[in-house]
Design a protein around this ligand. Structure first.
Ligand SMILES: [Zn+2]
Length: 81
């Protein structure tokens, strides 16, 4: 893993969102909460890769299969001073 700290910033360009949550959120009149706060997910390793799980609907959002590979991962974080 290189020392590219850019990787430790929020690089998300496309959020993974449960489609059911997205529909429900879209139907809310004047939501007093952001979609980001509405969506509640578990993210974790599974036997084959990484899974994103919707807590609200108890269903799979995305399950990435590493197909036996071990992709590079960076578990460091930048602390706010
Ligand atoms: Zn959901």
């Amino acid at each position: 893993m290189n020392d590219n700290y850019e990787n430790l910033l929020n690089n998300i360009t496309e959020p993974m969102v449960c489609e059911t949550c997205l529909k429900e959120y879209g139907a809310l009149q004047n939501p007093d909460i952001t979609l980001r706060d509405y969506v509640k997910v578990d993210v974790g390793f599974s036997l084959v890769g990484i899974q994103v799980w919707c807590q609200r609907h108890n269903k799979n959002v995305c399950h990435i299969d590493f197909e036996g590979n071990r992709p590079k991962a960076d578990f460091r974080s930048l602390e706010k001073k």
